[in-house]
Design a protein around this ligand. Sequence first.
Ligand code: SF4
Length: 278
Amino acid sequence: MMVRATTGKNAHEPGLKPRLGISTCLLGENVRYDGAEKRDPVLLGAFGDHVEWVPICPEVECGMTVPRDPMHLADDPGSPRLVTTATGEDQTERMQTWIRSRLDELAREDLWGFVLKSRSPSCGRRDVPVLDSTGAPAGEAAGLFAAAIARRFPLLPVGDERSLRDDSMWSNFIERLFFLKRYRDSMRPKGSRGSLIAFHAAHELQITAHDQDVLREMEELVARPNELPLDELSSRYEELLTTAMELVVGAAGQGADAAWHRETARHKEAAGHREEVV
Ligand code: SF4
């Protein structure tokens, strides 16, 4: 049974719990290709009841069955296709059609961020293997849904159950949730040069703690706010803002991956080297 969070009239009002999109299988729903789930008690316990989850399963929501044929990413890592592993059936267009309409819905949900299932050809936010026509590794990419949300919602933090096991990644994710939400709220209902400058002045210290070089670029930008049209000014500012906040993530992510590999190795040893897909 699929869980869809209720989105009552008051759910989007300021001051309520952060609303996070989440891969449905992480909540314990049996939506995976093999009919199983991937409930992550550590992750769910860490967030507790402090957030409101908005479950999303791209594969089931685009009309695929449970169970279904396992899939992988294929061909060009720069523009991968989603295909069934056994038969090579191309599911890319089906998924992309669903993504286009679901992203429009999600844009109205006032989400603060996403927690996705790692290594999935749909939900994996990075490092998903891409195979060539012989089945050999051709590179890595984000899953189709994860790539689409990164393009559509560049200001929303995206984590996965692996990366958030790392303390630094966890702290950074939580900080970005609130920080970027404050920025988006400060630019509503209609952003202005004044609101952007006020936000920058109020958060300068916090940005300094992340990256002083990027801060200098931001300062140059807000010092001459009339040199660019407002949409260009805010889009450049947002680019710098996300770069400044993401630097910590990149460095700590390596630690998270190493920790995950160690944990997986222990798990496999304990389970007699049973293989685990996605
Ligand atoms: S990883 Fe994503 S597409 Fe796969 S079962 Fe989980 S929610 Fe569904």
